[in-house]
Design a binder for this molecule. Structure first.
Ligand SMILES: C[S@@+](CC[C@H](N)C(=O)[O-])C[C@H]1O[C@@H](n2cnc3c(N)ncnc32)[C@H](O)[C@@H]1O
Length: 227
């Protein structure tokens, strides 16, 4: 495990002061070396802020350990940190199916999955995520856990498709639900914040699910499909 001496990236967990962030990394973060390497690689990229934070990643890995899902679906691979952190904590026969439309970023993901020795546990589908979900629904596939972390304008559609793909009692995790804190701006001018706010309100009123909020990273909601 890597001991963090300095902040890993400019991306912070929302609401954490720098001192609290440093403390949390020092005493709560245990990041496998391969994840640390991938984070260092991604940090240099212009879109590096898109990666989940290390504490969010560790939380997802912890969830995999306690829930023990066999089939995980991810919408939004980027350079593969979240798929890798989940794959590393899955049961032996667990798999991650991850979708993205960007071949360049996912090439980096594949490199690090192989370095970690979990390349057989992760399958990438390149293309528009809505089309991938539609095809999975058509095939009658089901999943135990789904992470949604792609284009925000499609969150509602990803969520509805995910409810179809999810087994009863399964969990959906959704990133960026607090949108850098802009979600409480008055008036709400940021268009993406408006979209996410409407999405959050719809999920809040949805009787098919139970919800909770993990205020790490940019805000991660956990949504359980009722039995
Ligand atoms: C926020 S990043 C995902 C970060 C990733 N979970 C991680 O921890 O590194 C969002 C990703 O969604 C992908 N994406 C955005 N819109 C998409 C779409 N319509 N279909 C497929 N992938 C999409 C982008 O290419 C990008 O890689």
């Amino acid at each position: 495990m890597i001991k963090q001496e300095a902040p890993l990236s400019a991306i912070k967990d929302i609401g954490f002061s720098q001192a609290l962030q440093d403390y949390s990394h020092r005493l709560f973060l245990k990041e496998a070396p391969v994840l640390y390497e991938l984070r260092q690689h991604t940090k240099k990229m212009p879109e590096g802020h898109m990666q989940i934070t290390p504490l969010q990643g560790q939380f997802l890995g912890f969830l995999m350990q306690i829930l023990g899902p066999k089939k995980v679906l991810e919408i939004g691979t980027y350079t593969g940190y979240s798929s890798l952190v989940m794959a590393l904590s899955l049961p032996k026969d667990g798999t991650v199916l991850t979708c993205d439309r960007n071949p360049e970023w996912t090439k980096i993901a594949k490199k690090y999955w192989a370095l970690a020795g979990v390349e057989t546990k992760i399958k990438l589908i390149l293309g528009q995520a809505l089309e991938t979900q539609a095809s999975l629904i058509k095939q009658g596939q089901t999943f135990d856990f789904i992470l949604i972390d792609a284009d925000k304008k499609n969150y509602r559609a990803y969520y509805e498709n995910s409810l179809q793909l999810l087994k009863k009692g399964g969990v959906i995790a959704i990133d960026n639900v607090l949108w850098g804190g802009n979600i409480v701006q008055q008036p709400l001018q940021d268009l993406t914040a408006q979209l996410i706010d409407t999405f959050n309100q719809n999920v809040y009123c949805d009787e098919r699910v139970e919800i909770c909020l993990i205020p790490l990273g940019d805000g991660l909601s956990l949504i359980r499909k009722k039995d």
